[in-house]
Design a protein around this ligand. Structure first.
Ligand code: 5GP
Length: 187
């Protein structure tokens, strides 16, 4: 994408470049391929934020995987979590006896993934592991084991590579810190 695109003007800084993301996703794909060798996991994409990461990651994985999609609401349009998790779109397929890898864009409080993990275990999944592009460990409000995380980041509101603010910025190829002036206008 052309750097002169106006979306870049709304960033305070670039946190992770497109090249760094590509490298990390490739390495994660190799690791997942080894860890799940001989198995056919179900990759579950948490919409919409994880869609870009999910589509890149699965193409780096050399396994006969299948895909499914789930949409969760926990934030509304704000930059702060409401702490309430709700399934807006459920999986199309049963996960009974399946090895499930949940693919998320970012783990913040951890409430969303704890909830999803619990639901998938209750439905009889054989195993449930979590993969995230970004992890903000200082914000954790629940105990949660994240099995795969590409990057640990500080407590800043980020956009790009699938992550949005009010549905914008998902198409940026990198991860950037959104300039506070953008969401201060909301307050
Ligand atoms: P958690 O339940 O872990 O608090 O929240 C995870 C969800 O919060 C993510 O899927 C994402 O939608 C949203 N979120 C948390 N931090 C950020 C951030 O820095 N930027 C954006 N765009 N979304 C975030």
């Amino acid at each position: 994408m052309n750097r002169e695109c106006s979306l870049y003007d709304d960033l305070e800084k670039v946190l992770i470049s497109a090249e760094e993301i590509q490298d990390a996703v490739r390495r994660l794909g190799e690791r997942v391929s080894l860890d799940y060798a001989g198995r056919a996991p179900v990759f579950v994409c948490i919409l919409k934020g994880a869609a870009v990461f999910f589509s890149d990651l699965m193409r780096e994985v050399s396994l006969p995987l299948t895909t499914d999609f789930m949409a969760i609401s926990s934030y509304g349009s704000s930059t702060k979590t409401s702490g309430v998790v709700r399934i807006l779109k459920d999986l199309d397929h049963d996960v009974l006896d399946k090895d499930v890898l949940v693919v998320e864009d970012i783990v913040d409080s951890g409430l969303t993934l704890s909830y999803i993990k619990k639901v998938l275990h209750e439905r009889g999944a054989r195993s449930v592991r979590l993969a995230t592009l970004l992890d903000k460990p200082v914000r954790r409000r629940t105990e949660l084991e994240v099995d795969y995380a590409c990057f640990r980041i500080p407590n800043e509101f980020v956009v790009g590579y699938g992550l949005d603010y009010q549905e914008k910025y998902r198409n940026l190829p990198l991860i950037g810190v959104l300039h506070p002036r953008i969401y201060m206008e909301e307050a």
